[in-house]
Ligand binder design. Structure first.
Ligand SMILES: NC(=O)c1ccc[n+]([C@@H]2O[C@H](COP(=O)([O-])OP(=O)(O)OC[C@H]3O[C@@H](n4cnc5c(N)ncnc54)[C@H](OP(=O)(O)O)[C@@H]3O)[C@@H](O)[C@H]2O)c1
Length: 322
């Protein structure tokens, strides 16, 4: 089969199309004929062997990538074979999911014509959603879901500010917060206003014209996909007793946050087929939509990574696998 591999760390150009054997599904796994795979930030972090991630962001030892390495944790495709013990899926089923995340060296390997995945990480793709739009959902959609539902347990009727609202995680967080009855304030650059209002954002802060901390005072919850050393400015946007969900780590001045009763609830997204099925139901009835920034052929994975590195992503970048 054809697969994109990096034989060592570096710029997007390290991603090359190789011919390698089709993998075998192990116990509990299915073999997927991949029809679309999606880019996520860990793909380009790992491609550079995490060189840009500071030591303190690793809980224990630094992650190291074993090259040659096939990127890709998000896949949508068709079941081509099932391994021992798989009863939930059969050959021919259309499936999608976040595969073996957060593993790196034994991760999803979705930039390929075939990949294996634990059946427990997959859900059936809704027939009304094509593979490109389905592949766009798993990591970003599960991240938004796991922050809003598992960690923050967002009650109805709250005000939610989403920073980085146009990106992969952000645009799903806007929609999932709205579905839970929230008033949503989207923070993004000017080019994304139409996109985010169409997805249901009630208010829009163009951070290139107005700093969010100058415009917002009353959020119950901040979902911050940007983070970084000046992330504490978002404390001004949250009510006392509110919650900040740092999707990317940041400095939220923990002492000031504690004094004001503001909880910081972060964490790492993980594969979950049951939650994928919940997202599938929302996609099927049209209440959740994947925004597509751009689509590249599998062979052009390096170009897709170049697009990712220019930033200002609106939705997701997807690889179509012919
Ligand atoms: N905790 C977890 O498990 C988890 C899971 C997934 C992702 N992440 C992390 O979360 C971050 C976001 O992931 P993603 O997939 O959503 O990335 P993404 O698709 O690249 O989106 C990032 C978005 O942020 C916007 N942005 C950039 N600078 C900004 C600023 N200063 N203020 C407001 N918006 C800004 C960009 O567009 P504009 O600048 O044009 O508005 C872009 O739309 C990444 O760092 C990723 O590693 C963590």
């Amino acid at each position: 089969m054809k697969a994109i591999r990096a034989h060592g760390p570096g710029d997007p150009g390290v991603l090359v199309l190789d011919e390698i054997p089709v993998p075998e599904p192990g116990p509990g796994d299915v073999l997927i004929r991949v029809r679309a795979a999606c880019l996520n930030p860990p793909d380009w972090y790992a491609r550079r062997d995490f060189a840009m991630i500071p030591d303190h962001l690793f809980a224990g030892e630094r992650l190291r990538v074993s090259f040659p390495w096939i990127p890709g944790s998000d896949a949508s495709g068709v079941v081509a074979a099932v391994g021992p013990g798989v009863t939930d899926f059969s050959v021919g089923d259309e499936v999608f999911g976040l595969i073996r995340f957060p593993e790196v060296n034994n991760g999803g390997r979705a930039y390929a014509e075939y990949t294996t995945a634990p059946a427990a990480h997959l859900a059936r793709k809704p027939p009304s959603v094509d593979h490109v739009h389905a592949a766009a959902v798993p990591m970003a959609g599960l991240t938004a879901y796991q922050f809003l539902v598992d960690r923050i347990r967002l009650p109805a009727g709250r005000t939610v500010l989403v920073n980085g609202a146009a990106g992969g995680v952000g645009h799903f967080a806007v929609q999932l917060a709205r579905l839970r009855g929230a008033r949503v304030i989207a923070v993004a650059s000017s080019r994304h206003e139409g996109f985010l209002r169409d997805l249901g954002a009630d208010e829009y802060v163009d951070y290139t014209a107005t700093a969010a901390e100058d415009a917002v005072r009353d959020a119950d919850v901040v979902i911050d996909t940007v983070g970084g050393p000046d992330a504490h400015r978002f404390l001004k946007t949250v009510k006392d007793g509110g919650t900040i969900g740092p999707v990317f780590p940041g400095d939220y001045h923990p002492e000031e946050a504690a004094r004001r009763g503001i909880e910081i609830r972060g964490g790492q997204v993980h594969s979950d087929g049951g939650q994928m099925a919940e997202l599938a139901a929302l996609l099927a009835d049209g209440s959740l939509r994947a925004g597509i920034d751009s689509v590249y052929d599998l062979a052009d994975a390096a170009k897709a990574h170049e697009r990712a590195e220019t930033g200002h992503i609106q939705g997701k970048i997807v690889l179509s696998v012919p």
